[in-house]
Design a protein. Sequence first.
Lengths: 302, 268
Amino acid sequence: MENVLTIRNLTKRFGRLCAVNNLSLTVDRGQVFGMLGPNGSGKTTTLGMLMGVINPTAGEYLWLGEKPTHHIRKKIGAVLEHPIFYPYLTGRQNLELMAMIKEAPASNIRRVLDLVELTGRENDKYRTYSLGMKQRLAIASAMLGDPAILILDEPTNGLDPMGIAEIRRLIQRIASDGKTIILASHLLDEVQKVCTHFAVLKKGNLIHSGPIDDVGKGAEVVEVSADVSDLDRLLDAFPGLQAVNRQNGCLSVTLKDGFRSQDLNRFLFEKGVVASHLVTKKKNLEQQFLEILGTHSESKTL
Amino acid sequence: MLLHLLRIDLKKMTGYRTFWVVCGLYFLTLGVTSASGMEFLKWLARTFEDFGSKLNINRVPLYHFPDVWLNLIWCSGLLKIVLGVMVVISVTNEYSYRTIRQNIIDGLSRGQFLTSKILTNVLLSLLSLVLITVIGLVTGLIYSPVLTFDRIITDTEFLPLYFLEVFFFLSYAMMLGILINRAGLTIIVLLLSRVIEAVITSHIDDQVPWLIKFFPMQSIWNLIPWPFPRYAFQEIQDWIDPLSVAIVLGWTLLFNWLSYLKLKRSDI
């Protein structure tokens, strides 16, 4: 697997505040890499350093195995924080200017405008655009140089649910073209739906990094209900039981390591009970994320 | 490559209505005021007549070669402040819209960003120079009673100094914009520079008078001599002082270099 981005011991201090602390990461080709963290955790500062607008205090990073130069940045499409354009220029003029900076062919402009479905409004001034259109123009501008790497920072910030779904579809479409995407967000649902890998930052420290498929590993939770009145007492005898909670009229059973939902089903059947509802609950990223943040703060206090 | 950078900055400016308005006003005012000196003289003569005295306007050869060059250059130099304000707006807009950040993210180096701004300054200074040269030639040819090649080219050595004067001031405006980042404050500092400097120099006038000519605003004042006392039968300096040229050049380089340092070191 080819390394698209390698970060080594990257650190940024603003006076006494340490915004990013000794961060090391790698992103491989083809990954959709989610950067998670609460507001102020250092996501945007990190991306700012990677894109050359913030000077690192210490550490280094390599794009495609090379020391970063402004030439490399032309091959990366990036939108940090919120869309930035000249408000008095039209959407099209803004893209023309960017194409000049990126030294991208002007013929790409039509293609990216079509991609984000802004073709009808291209000749209106940028300041007349709605927030959703501004976000879409930003994604169009990031795609302008036909980049192999895309950096998106909170691309759905402030959008309505339809806009969010639209942007998500767009990201999935771009990812299916084999592009590497780095996506910073605090919307966990969004990251889980589109990312292949993720990292969690907290107060400038990297506290977790790994594939998204790992989410949901560990203790399994099974939701179960049956037409018997003493189901919870019955379950006490189940050897794989770790905990049981009543939730929405069902029992939510946390299993011990090594036990699966089949084991629970077999156990109930042997007791002569047929479950009317049996669902394995996949742990979602939100739970995992809170768990990671939680264990991290515990280990800090210890 | 340089041309490419200039085109990038012009692309930003040509879509900006304020740029056209300010530059249009500047070049219009430059053209109208410098070409209408004769009308002013006629008005002056009429006023004199109303009071019973006579003024022979042919005794004041405003537009005769070679006088026309210094007269035009000195007067047009006063208008450079308008272009300076335009440059401040152009630079501070990049900060307030944060487009400087996006330009760098998109793949300009900080040096290239600055170069694109400097090149626009060069272009504006060149346009001013061309306009003044044309007006000088046209009015000189119309009004001069004697036309010899010698007379026409006398004092044209001040034309490059005019270019330097405008470029010096635009570099100064650009540096202030990059250091201060906010349009209003920058324009106030730009307008008050001369006053602030005058206050300082008046205090050191007694101790170190030789130092005064090294102050930036004073150096630009010394670059091109004030031509009008010659009509009161006084001697004026009609040669170029190499020291004052060197001082102005030094400041110009320093302004651009400081802009570069600031851009290089700051987080954008």
